[in-house]
Design a protein around this ligand. Sequence first.
Ligand SMILES: C[S@@+](CC[C@H](N)C(=O)[O-])C[C@H]1O[C@@H](n2cnc3c(N)ncnc32)[C@H](O)[C@@H]1O
Length: 268
Amino acid sequence: MGIVLRDSTFKQLRDFVYEKTGIYIPDSKKYLVESRLTKRVLERNLNTFEEYLYLIQSNTDFNELLKLYDAITTNETSFFREPRQFDVLVKHIVPSIIQKQKTVKIWSAACSTGEEPYTIRMLLIENMFDTVEVIASDISESALESARKGVYGSYSVRNVPEFYLRKYFKNSGQSYELDEVVKKGVRFVNVNLVDEKRMRFMHDMDVIFCRNVLIYFGEGAKQKALSLLYGCLKPGGFLFIGSSESLHNVTRAFKPVIIDGVIVYQKE
Ligand SMILES: C[S@@+](CC[C@H](N)C(=O)[O-])C[C@H]1O[C@@H](n2cnc3c(N)ncnc32)[C@H](O)[C@@H]1O
């Protein structure tokens, strides 16, 4: 028989995850936690979820916390996702910043397995913006590990235009390996969006992409992350969120601006 996750233990686990990551796990996802964390319980040679909870709460094993984050995050992403936002970035935002300053800093703030920052990097190369720095981060160490490898399956590259696929990927059978010129242009780091101390290192950004992550957060955590992201931007800097997300009723700190029909949020 499998290990059973009691409702009361699930709630304690949920509170713990929320406090550490901002991610709110609804009751309907209890089965997911149960199935994903059973592996952790067994790998740690434990017998119950209660023992596992005790282990992570005891705050002595940071590696186990990273494994927990890997297990509870949803890393769904793809290259050229929501492409109109990237058009706005390279046609309007980067050119306007470059008129005022030499270098530009773009941060992909929940980059998952790297498709988002690598898409940005390819577009910057194609548009000959060679003074733009791309930093990418995530809370999931295993997602970052595969991002650094830069090898993708055919599903991930399904939206990559043929021109980019030929120019920037080496195809061997089922896998597509990104060219070194793209890989070396993105720096990957582990950043938890609700960790004030860590977020302090991410300052003076001109543009932040924080797409399709706040949807997993509870309301308080969403506000906290947005206020920290605000602090990471330079005055006049831009924030992109997912096109199905909204800051309405969450924060008034950013000014929504519409560029070519795309909503971007600006720090005034
Ligand atoms: C659905 S993916 C979105 C990837 C990409 N931004 C996109 O739109 O395709 C969400 C990512 O957010 C990350 N994430 C979740 N909570 C986080 C947190 N507290 N800090 C940083 N990243 C987090 C997950 O690990 C996951 O890789």
